[in-house]
Design a protein around this ligand. Structure first.
Ligand SMILES: NC(=O)c1ccc[n+]([C@@H]2O[C@H](COP(=O)([O-])OP(=O)(O)OC[C@H]3O[C@@H](n4cnc5c(N)ncnc54)[C@H](OP(=O)(O)O)[C@@H]3O)[C@@H](O)[C@H]2O)c1
Length: 338
């Protein structure tokens, strides 16, 4: 297996000054890849040089990934302190964050996680894999106090040393405006959808100005996402002529170009692949042959507001459609206590 020279992988600085890798590996099997396949890829990726992994309770594979982490530590492949392991509390556990974290720690065979994300900013539950048109009658719009209650549980777990940093995910600027001033411990990162045709420039700049690190999910445009998340209007980022042309000029797959762009722009991409050649080249590409300024500028023009994770399953009764989840008019839609 190719091992990437770790000293050449760029780093990002969190607001504390701590340096973390500029790229991680995703672990969502997308209903297409089994926990065995994903955990085998994690094992290979650690050996290749990945030091950051993006896990989640709702990916239903933490137990097997935990076995891989344990084996890597026991065999001395890597030390725990050199890894940056992230996971997330799922929506049905917002009132029981301690229990959720303990389960993830036990599955991942860890004493602490480096980053604990609140996966979605509301407790609206849907069963993993459910149809996009299904609605849960208990779902409700965003509440500042409900969110802060979940966040405060995370803060307590930071005090206890079980979480090193708190992260937020799938947030909007209006929601951040409402909650950031009320937090005791600042969030270190925001996980958000980011790929060439969905750049979220305004939110990206908002986070950068506050020293909150953007972590970009679906960095390749998630060509293997579940079919239920595919809409006829979705654009395939890596098939655009611009991405194809830049890929040709560098002699690589356009997926790799989307990762180079992400790293050079400043977000931390967390690409997923079970294929060794792919996950190795995804890490390797951060160490060599950067994109030119012209290529970066060309990719900047690809913004198409092409949101792939629309989140319909989290809608509440009375909501219009998925746009209501994203506060597009600059106000939290139907906020219960703003
Ligand atoms: N916070 C959230 O709400 C949230 C939401 C979604 C995802 N995520 C996280 O983000 C991670 C990444 O998102 P994702 O897995 O949906 O999408 P992605 O990383 O954009 O795309 C993954 C797919 O791209 C292809 N690929 C990867 N590297 C490649 C390469 N070098 N050359 C060619 N093709 C390549 C693979 O398809 P093939 O197998 O066909 O080669 C792979 O299945 C997830 O695993 C998860 O950890 C978080």
């Amino acid at each position: 297996m190719t091992t990437v020279d770790l000293t050449k992988v760029p780093v990002r600085k969190l607001y504390t000054g701590e340096e973390i890798p500029c790229i991680g590996m995703g672990t969502f099997g997308s209903d297409r890849f089994t926990a065995e396949q994903v955990s085998a890829a994690v094992a290979g990726a650690i050996r290749a040089g990945y030091r950051m992994f993006d896990c989640a309770a709702c990916y239903e594979n933490e137990d097997m990934i935990g076995d891989v982490f344990k084996a890597a530590f026991d065999e001395g492949v890597v030390e725990r302190k050199d890894m940056f392991i992230m996971t997330k509390v799922w929506n049905d556990m917002h009132r029981k964050v301690r229990e959720a974290l303990e389960k993830s720690l036990s599955d991942l065979k860890l004493k602490y996680v480096d980053m604990y994300f609140i996966h979605w900013p509301f407790p609206n539950y849907h069963a993993p894999g459910c149809d996009v048109d299904s609605r849960n009658p208990d779902s409700r719009p965003f509440s500042v106090e409900e969110f802060l209650d979940t966040y405060r549980q995370c803060e307590e777990l930071v005090d206890e040393g079980k979480i090193r940093y708190i992260g937020i995910s799938n947030m909007t600027i209006p929601k951040l405006e409402a909650v950031l001033p009320k937090m005791r411990i600042k969030p270190a990162a925001c996980e958000m959808e980011l790929h060439p045709c969905f750049q979220q420039q305004e939110l990206f700049d908002y986070l950068a100005a506050r020293d909150i690190q953007p972590v970009g999910f679906m960095p390749i445009g998630s060509p293997t996402r579940p079919e239920r998340d595919m809409m006829p209007e979705d654009i395939a980022d890596i098939q655009t002529p611009e991405m194809q042309a830049i890929a040709k000029a560098h002699g690589v797959h356009p997926a790799v170009i989307s990762l180079k762009w992400a790293v050079q722009r400043g977000q931390i991409p967390i690409p997923f692949s079970i294929h060794e050649n792919e996950y190795v080249s995804n890490l390797q590409c951060t160490t060599e042959d950067p994109l030119t300024e012209e290529e970066m500028a060309s990719i900047a023009t690809l913004e198409r507001n092409n949101r792939l994770v629309k989140g319909q399953v989290f809608l509440w009764e009375g909501a219009n459609d998925w746009h209501d989840l994203w506060d597009e008019d600059g106000k939290i839609v139907d906020c219960t206590d703003c």
